[in-house]
Design a protein around this ligand. Structure first.
Ligand SMILES: NC(=O)C1=CN([C@@H]2O[C@H](COP(=O)(O)OP(=O)(O)OC[C@H]3O[C@@H](n4cnc5c(N)ncnc54)[C@H](OP(=O)(O)O)[C@@H]3O)[C@@H](O)[C@H]2O)C=CC1
Ligand SMILES: O=C(O)CCC(=O)C(=O)O
Ligand SMILES: [Mg+2]
Length: 433
């Protein structure tokens, strides 16, 4: 067993492991590390853990049960141990493979770097997978939220989130600007004396493993398309390269299962648009996955105006961050937006809501726990515990249909019964059948 210095795993329970076939081996009493989170984290985690336990108990009558292992990060870790991200937390997730977390605070413009990003980078959880679907009855700002059924694959380890940046006026930034101007012939830094500089690494390897995971997901889940979202017209060698590498990988590794818009363009150039349209229609009829791309700005318009055209979406870190919150709004907001950070090679995964700590509501037992509950539902499904996951989805559908909801939905619904965070958890448990 790994050596823990600050907090030990529970006395009973076993490890989830990754088999040589790439499949998880899940014992009946898996040890699952959890981080409660900052701000509203304790409110939503209290409701979510009760709902997850109730679903597992209802589905398996005691035969299966999660052995929860509290690990620490953020404010609670700092208060208890004087560390924002104790090594034990990383060791626990490395050892037990699958974890779940609440949101963690990141100060703006200084202070500690994001612990959420640090966890993803330290454990190389290169895919942030965020499904966006609508539950009947959830209030939405769009006319047809039922047409929104997308799965965002946000690259999690590269891009400007790598944290390579220097503040304006620092010795470091002066060196970087000097280097750019004197050695690289850069003339276009508009205000060199007062600029901060950030660097955006996007690699071929990072792009390929990410896009590969998105296409494999699309194939395994009978999805119709994968859209590569980028701003490659402006950032040619980072976002533009992401698009090109994505298309190349799709054709090289999934040739018989996909049809790409790069292929479409080549056919159109050689034989005309009609031939290209025919080739795409044939590929669609054969059930091939269409690999296409969209520039990020128009993509954000088109997901609103014609959401049915988008399915799996693969993009880089910053685009994925913006897109996750924007799309969540279409299906009821950030209160019902789950996610998972996954390394498909090692099997490590941390499930977490898309939203943050919502500090103004901390401790009020008010916010919607659905995002973290549905992240838990994703985790149960990932473990192969589909019966328990199904119970959560059914309970969610029934509870929302009965208009028993937290404040975020209640303020947009007629005749809703507004309940607290914990009461929404109670209603879900009652509605499991
Ligand atoms: N993965 C993570 O841990 C993440 C952490 N963060 C961090 O969280 C902190 C706060 O970030 P902020 O930008 O305010 O974004 P938040 O997502 O924390 O909150 C913004 C708004 O979203 C709504 N909201 C958030 N969570 C819920 C919920 N569970 N139920 C209902 N509504 C909800 C609230 O809207 P309203 O006011 O309309 O009621 C809230 O004021 C920052 O430090 C940020 O870095 C941010 C994102 C992800
Ligand atoms: O790390 C943070 O504070 C923000 C992270 C975030 O916005 C996200 O994970 O979507
Ligand atoms: Mg975000």
């Amino acid at each position: 067993m790994a050596n823990f210095k600050l907090f030990d795993p529970p006395a009973t329970g076993e490890k989830v492991t990754m088999g040589s076939d790439g499949k998880l081996n899940v014992p009946n009493h898996p040890i699952i590390p959890f981080i409660e989170g900052d701000g509203t984290g304790p409110d939503i985690w209290a409701a979510a853990s009760r709902v997850l336990d109730a679903a597992v108990e209802k589905a398996y009558k005691g035969e299966k049960k999660i052995a929860w292992y509290e690990v620490y990060a953020g404010e609670k870790a700092y208060q208890k141990f004087g560390k924002w991200l104790p090594e034990d937390t990383l060791t626990a997730i490395r050892e037990y493979l699958i974890a779940i977390k609440g949101p963690l605070t990141t100060p703006v413009g200084g202070g500690i770097r994001s612990l959420n990003v640090a966890l993803r980078q330290e454990l190389d959880l290169y895919v942030c997978l965020r499904p966006v679907r609508w539950f009947t009855g959830v209030p939405s700002p769009v006319r047809h939220p039922e047409l929104v059924d997308m799965v965002i694959f946000r690259e999690n380890t590269e891009d400007i989130y790598a944290g390579i940046e220097w503040p304006a006026g620092s010795d470091e930034v002066k060196k970087v600007i000097d280097f750019l101007q004197k050695e690289m012939g850069v003339t276009k830094i508009r205000f060199p004396e007062t600029s901060g500089i950030g660097i955006k690494p996007i690699s071929k390897e990072g792009t390929e493993r990410h896009v590969r995971a998105a296409i494999e997901y699309a194939i395994a889940n009978n999805r119709k398309s994968v859209t590569l979202v980028h701003k490659g017209n402006i950032m040619k060698f980072t976002e533009g390269a992401f698009k090109n590498w994505g298309y190349e990988l799709a054709e090289r590794e999934f040739g018989d299962k996909v049809f790409t818009w790069a292929q479409y363009d080549r056919i159109a150039e050689e034989s005309g648009k009609e031939a290209a349209n025919e080739a795409q229609a044939k590929a669609e009829a054969e059930g091939k996955i269409i690999i296409k791309d969209a520039i990020a700005d128009i993509f954000l318009q088109q997901v609103l105006t014609r959401p049915a055209e988008f399915d799996v979406v693969a993009t880089m870190n910053l685009n994925g961050d913006y897109i996750s919150d924007a799309l969540a709004a279409q299906v009821g907001g950030i209160g019902i937006a789950p996610g998972a950070n996954i390394n498909f090679t090692t099997g490590h995964a941390i499930f977490e809501a898309t939203h943050g700590t919502a500090p103004k509501y901390a401790g009020l037992d008010k916010v919607n726990p659905s995002s973290v509950i549905l992240s838990g539902e994703m985790m149960l499904r990932h473990l192969g515990w589909h019966e328990a996951a199904d119970l959560i989805i059914k309970a969610m559908e029934k509870t929302i249909a009965s208009k028993v909801v937290t404040y975020d939905f209640a303020r947009l619904m007629d005749d809703a019964t507004e309940v607290k965070c914990s009461e929404f958890g109670d209603a879900l448990i009652k509605n499991m059948e």
